[in-house]
Design a protein around this ligand. Sequence first.
Ligand SMILES: [Fe+2]
Ligand SMILES: [Fe+2]
Length: 176
Amino acid sequence: MDNYIIDSRNDKEFQEIIKELIENETVQSMNNYLQHCKTTCYEHCYRVSYLCYKFCKKHNLDYKSAARAGMLHDLFLYDWRKKAETGRKGLHAYTHGATACDNASKLFDLSEKEKDMIRNHMFPVTVYPPKSVEGFILTIVDKYCTMAEFNQYICEKYSMQSLIINYVINKFGLMI
Ligand SMILES: [Fe+2]
Ligand SMILES: [Fe+2]
């Protein structure tokens, strides 16, 4: 996975697309919240953004919206493990897409497609599917990155070589 991060830094078009987003202080504040294991929300969103961008560009899809929505899809801005402290209502898994969409819409001029992609990225956990192909790709890439982040954590924690799950991840990565 880390190779993708290195590639992304050398990809001028990708950097140009997400420049406005990653220079924003609120987006950067995602570094203060853990998403999966040791991965911060910012790292997770950046990874999702780049993989969505790569896949959509390769397949002649709307890669700009894919990169933007990917970078903002988890902009919920709280520690989801501490419900009592944040006072939020509803289960995080069901509500944070809408929260991220509201937060992102206040900061950036998003298209209706980008809003829909962010709002419905948790499908099929949530009821409504995204309305675009790029939105479906975001739902899949998000789950793939989540799995990879858990895998990385488990392997590091137990000093394990990545076995079957890493094989699948590498295979999937090669496909992108
Ligand atoms: Fe999410
Ligand atoms: Fe996510």
